[in-house]
Design a protein around this ligand. Structure first.
Ligand SMILES: O=C(O)CCC(=O)C(=O)O
Ligand SMILES: [Fe+2]
Length: 333
């Protein structure tokens, strides 16, 4: 029997949701969100010619928030628009067309169309289906996982990846300078041009009980950084000072999350952000995070220039694949 997708469950759940989607009272958004306050995370203008100012803003945001939004980032509005158009069109295809890209059970790759099979924390499920595939570097791409329908899917995603490359380089340069390192050292610590960009499309169908369900439960990203664009439905929440807030939706901005690997390389100066995603009663929400990751066999640890007797390493060095395995399986080593 095939896997039941959340998109199908949403089609017949008009008033209630199956019990396995009802989060515990510790997680339910209606009970755990600070109401009436939208978190205005720092907004950084990447086109500002005053690089020192941009670096200071990124250091402040990465140390105190673990996230920020960037505007004037250089990715044309049309490119982002086309990425969203084809991603949405894929999820609107009939089920059998999407299932052609389904991850095969037991197959270790994260790439493909899927729904989290295992119940996670406290035995609950998330209200979301997804599609994962690499978009960079071109040599790492396995086009088997890229939808052939709509026909412009490939062209639009390639165009987005190319522009994303420029933004990633700029962000790593600023993160590096902000630690007192040379401009290229943070990127080099993550594998340089061997870094992999993994795109995920989160498809959160309309949900009759957004007060009880979550699209993605609380987590920090394992990546170095994550760069995300949502459709126009607000839903991202971040934890600040132990409280959950809605994050402001800014049209045309890119949302940047500091991931665990940047926290590790910076030896804790930059913080990965705890975040989660809500679902919506009237509208389907879709988001496109790009996880910018070190190659899986690269060992990542605090940068040698940032540790000394007074500042001992706060994190163990680990191969990225091992880090992910340990985090997913919650083992200490
Ligand atoms: O949809 C969102 O805004 C957040 C998604 C997310 O955090 C993730 O997929 O890791
Ligand atoms: Fe995330």
């Amino acid at each position: 029997m095939g896997v039941v997708r959340v998109q199908e469950i949403a089609n017949f759940s008009k008033e209630t949701i199956p019990e396995e989607f009802i989060r515990t009272t510790y997680e339910q958004p209606a009970l755990t969100t600070v109401q009436g306050t939208v978190l205005e995370v720092p907004v950084i203008d990447l086109s500002d010619p005053d690089e020192e100012k941009v670096v200071r803003a990124i250091v402040d945001a990465s140390s105190n928030w673990g996230m920020f939004q960037v505007v004037n980032h250089g990715i044309p509005r049309e490119t982002v628009g086309k990425l969203k158009e084809v991603g949405k069109a894929f999820f609107e295809l009939p089920p059998h067309e999407k299932e052609a890209y389904a991850k095969s059970p037991g197959f270790q790759s994260i790439e493909g169309y899927g729904t989290k099979l295992q119940r996670e924390v406290e035995g609950k499920k998330a209200w979301v289906d997804h599609l994962f595939h690499k978009i960079w570097p071109p040599s790492e791409i396995n086009y088997q996982f890229w939808p052939k329908n709509p026909p412009s899917y490939r062209k639009n995603n390639e165009e987005y990846a190319k522009h994303m490359h420029g933004v990633v380089n700029k962000l790593f340069r600023c993160l590096s300078l902000g630690l007192g390192l040379e401009g290229n050292e943070m990127k080099e610590a993550m594998g340089g041009d061997s870094m992999v960009y993994l795109l995920k499309i989160n498809y959160y169908p309309q949900c009759p009980r957004p007060d009880l369900a979550l699209g993605v439960p609380a987590h920090t990203d394992m990546s170095a950084i994550t760069i995300l664009v949502p459709n126009d439905v607000q839903g991202l929440q971040a934890c600040k000072d132990d409280h959950w807030y809605d994050v402001e939706y800014i049209p045309n901005a890119l949302i940047v999350h500091i991931g665990d690997q940047v926290e590790i390389v910076s030896n804790g100066k930059y913080k990965s952000v705890l975040h989660r995603a809500k679902v919506n009663k009237e509208k389907t929400r879709i988001s496109w995070p790009v996880f910018v990751e070190p190659p899986s066999d690269l060992e990542v640890g605090p940068h040698p220039k940032l540790v000394n007797e007074a500042n001992p390493p706060k994190f163990e060095s680990k191969k990225y694949s091992q880090y992910c395995f340990c985090k997913l399986n919650k083992t200490p080593k």
